[in-house]
Design a protein around this ligand. Structure first.
Ligand SMILES: [Zn+2]
Length: 313
């Protein structure tokens, strides 16, 4: 546990904690940009992970925002990694609420012994292990909709590389992604950001993709410009997403759509945890009692719920 204060309120002028969809004029290119200020800080400070882990979990949170903002209805997008490295598991998810806002949460499991062998600045490959790791994206849009799941190997030098490979193999949609998470050099608070562009197929849905020379050139230009973005620009509190998009694409023209507001969220509730506890045998429950109570920790938000043995029954 740590006792650092958690920033709750954003200043009124803040343009943090939003996802901005955009389209580049005259091109079959669409994209989204995400900026997490207090949301990233609240998620990461609650855990107090070692800094290299915080950085990558921050990127996972930004990624959940980029992918989750695709949801047109209430639902949940989950990004999860499994590996044999110092981070055996990471997960971030985005829940689209009925009011259209997004709730993001994220956490990681850490093998501290393994992590200690990688020094102060472990590479992405070091953190997630060099083989047998994978990343799963799950899209759940309620009972009536089919659950979608896609998987990709954890290969590459960054989370962005993995996502790039994912879209190439699973969706055959050329996609470029940049992600960043770091402490603000002035305030010391965590921030995370990301941008993603996709080359949409021209023509009707279901038909073969039309990729002629002109659209290829468009795509090359749009993705090259996107890759020119600096990490500091993805995170800079003084540079709004709109200004960032303008900086990147003003020569071509960029059209932005309504932003989605995001906040830190979690789905842990006393009632739900109580129901889970109810499934254990009386003997198991007896063993859980410490100092006269059963403490259950939510791994997502690191909140601890105390139950009395009578309450659990
Ligand atoms: Zn929770």
């Amino acid at each position: 546990m740590n006792d650092k204060p958690i920033v709750i309120k954003d200043p009124d002028f803040s343009r943090d904690n939003e996802i901005r969809p955009f389209q580049i004029e005259g091109m079959d290119v669409r994209g989204r940009a995400v900026r997490l200020g207090t949301v990233a800080d609240q998620i990461l400070v609650a855990h107090g992970y070692p800094e290299p882990v915080e950085r990558i979990v921050g990127e996972m949170a930004a990624l959940a925002g980029l992918l989750g903002s695709i949801l047109k209805f209430d639902g949940i997008v989950t990004v999860q990694t499994k590996s044999q490295g110092p981070i055996p598991m990471m997960v971030a998810d985005y829940e689209r609420k009925a009011d259209g806002t997004g709730h993001i949460r994220a956490c990681a499991e850490i093998d501290h012994e393994k992590l200690s062998t990688f020094g102060a600045n472990p590479s992405f490959k070091g953190l997630i292990g060099s083989k047998n790791g994978y990343l799963v994206i799950t899209i759940d849009q309620g009972a009536d909709m089919e659950r979608y799941q896609g998987i990709v190997e954890l290969k590459g030098d960054s989370l962005s590389d993995v996502i790039h490979a994912y879209f190439e193999s699973s969706e055959q949609t050329p996609t470029a992604v940049r992600l960043a998470a770091d402490r603000d050099p002035v305030s010391g608070h965590w921030r995370a950001g990301g941008i993603m562009v996709q080359h949409l197929a021209r023509g009707e849905t279901g038909r073969e993709r039309i990729l002629d020379r002109e659209t290829e050139e468009h795509w090359n230009r749009a993705s090259t410009l996107m890759h020119s973005v600096k990490e500091s620009e993805l995170l800079d509190p003084a540079l709004t997403l709109d200004d960032l998009l303008y900086r990147l694409y003003n020569e071509d023209g960029v059209r932005v759509f309504d932003a989605t507001r995001v906040q830190k969220g979690c789905r842990c509730e006393r009632e739900r945890l109580l129901a889970v506890l109810g499934q254990f045998s009386a003997d198991d429950k007896d063993h859980m009692v410490v100092d006269g109570k059963i403490a259950v920790n939510c791994q997502f938000c690191n909140k601890t719920f105390d139950f009395s043995p009578e309450e659990v029954g």
